[in-house]
Design a protein around this ligand. Structure first.
Ligand code: GSH
Length: 246
């Protein structure tokens, strides 16, 4: 059984981490059984980020690397129906969301004062008060530093949201009136698109990006469709919290 280390549900989302959601949906698509181990602190993972997995003696981080490993272990062959152009498009869209839109989402949650307090309460609320305040400032400082190094954090709020709206508009245009990214059945790239878009438009936290995303009916419908398919059923997935042995 795969032990899947992930942020648990928050802000009305299965996970406030689009990378954790991406991997979880992909495992559901692949029919791979897993047990969720909820974590709030990503630093304990092998790369200091979530998600990561444990499988036998193997500990692996990074959603793409994990998916590649699972493909080999379980002989998963996804996206058989896609041609090479669709695969290349899917890859390009995924990286736009993971390496560009993600940073604007991070900005809207940790830097924008509108959401900062809710983030602090969710991630640090369980800590005693003085520690909570210090940890919260340290984490916010780290996110700001990461954003600055990546580049997004050098822009004004207005420019951050302008840049991210272009991503959302592009996804909406590419999706058009298709039920899924490449037709009537979802593919692995839908795991990425859904995880990132729902983390913006279905998140209880407000932001200019949420408002903009929700003004695109096809994005709203797409997220509802994916949610119903992957989280709407009576499927039972075992969940352990952090207090239990890893
Ligand atoms: N490339 C990684 C990215 C994972 C990632 O950035 N995870 C975030 C949560 S969405 C995280 O744990 N961040 C903690 C940090 O950067 O310190 C993947 O695909 O898994």
């Amino acid at each position: 059984m795969i032990k899947f280390f992930s942020f648990g549900s928050a802000f009305g989302l299965p996970s406030p981490s689009p990378f954790c959601m991406k991997l979880e949906i992909w495992m559901k698509m692949a029919g791979i059984e897993y047990r969720v181990k909820e974590r709030k602190d990503p630093t304990k993972g092998p790369k200091g980020k979530l998600p990561f997995i444990k499988h036998g003696g193997v500990v692996l981080a990074d959603s793409d690397i994990i998916m590649d490993y699972l493909c080999q272990c379980f002989e998963v062959e996804m996206d058989r129906n896609l041609d090479s152009h669709q695969r290349a498009m899917g890859y390009a869209i995924s990286k736009m969301l993971e390496d560009h839109l993600y940073w604007a989402m991070l900005y809207s949650r940790w830097v924008d004062r509108q959401n900062w307090k809710a983030m602090r309460t969710h991630f640090m609320g369980h800590m005693p008060l003085p520690v909570r305040r210090i940890m919260a400032e340290l984490v916010r400082l780290k996110v700001k530093k990461d954003l600055y190094s990546q580049g997004m954090g050098r822009h004004s709020a207005q420019d951050v949201y302008w840049a991210a709206k272009r991503d959302l508009r592009s996804v909406s245009t590419l999706l058009g009136d298709s039920p899924y990214l490449f037709g009537t059945e979802p593919c692995s790239y839908d795991a990425v698109v859904y995880a990132f878009i729902t983390n913006i438009i279905d998140c209880e936290l407000e932001s200019p990006l949420k408002e903009f995303g929700r003004s695109h009916d096809n994005l709203v419908d797409y997220c509802q469709r994916m949610h119903a398919r992957y989280y709407g059923g009576a499927e039972v997935v075992a969940v352990d919290d952090a207090s239990q042995a890893a």
